[in-house]
Ligand binder design. Structure first.
Ligand code: ZN
Ligand code: ZN
Ligand code: ZN
Length: 165
């Protein structure tokens, strides 16, 4: 991704987000074409809304945005589109917020870890295989079967930390 601060998973607040979102849509289209699945108009629109920024969005916020442009969009239509996008790794669900965020590395299957800012809501995705491996090892050692292993870490992003000073 472009516009990241060196060494930070967080994008700069003044980065060119249109380019960010445009790139996400192009990558999503390429992934769907490669897999022989269709990025239908509604799926594309939902993805575009999820990529409105780097803050996770709830299904109802997405529904509201769709209703601004379209007359009738039923909740199940949005849920089905979200389900498709999740299934193809184009977005992630942030359980603690019950919200969705665009994946920054959709071509590579991964289990993500998230840093979530409590001040501005911006979320950064980490794909660190070491974290995932450590959890796998520790869970196995404990005889524990893991069902879901998305890690959500809350705190303050570099931008909010600066403005708070
Ligand atoms: Zn962006
Ligand atoms: Zn991801
Ligand atoms: Zn923040």
């Amino acid at each position: 991704m472009t516009g990241k601060t060196a060494g930070s998973a967080f994008v700069d607040h003044d980065h060119d987000h249109n380019a960010c979102r445009g790139q996400a849509l192009v990558r999503a289209q390429a992934i769907c074409t490669e897999r022989g699945v269709r990025l239908t108009e509604i799926r594309r629109q939902v993805l575009e809304h999820v990529w409105r920024g780097h803050k996770p969005l709830g299904a109802y916020e997405i529904l509201d945005m769709l209703r601004d442009n379209r007359q009738k969009t039923a909740p199940p239509t949005v849920y089905r589109a979200l389900e498709f996008l999740l299934q193809h790794g184009l977005i992630h669900r942030i359980e603690s917020l019950n919200a969705f965020v665009g994946c920054t590395d959709p071509e590579t299957p991964h289990r993500a870890q998230f840093l979530i800012c409590n001040q501005c809501g911006v979320t950064a995705e980490l794909n660190d295989p070491r974290i995932d491996a450590a959890i796998g090892e520790q869970a196995a050692a404990a005889g524990f079967t893991v069902n879901r292993r998305t890690i959500e870490v809350e705190g303050t992003c570099p931008h909010c930390a600066l403005t708070a000073r």
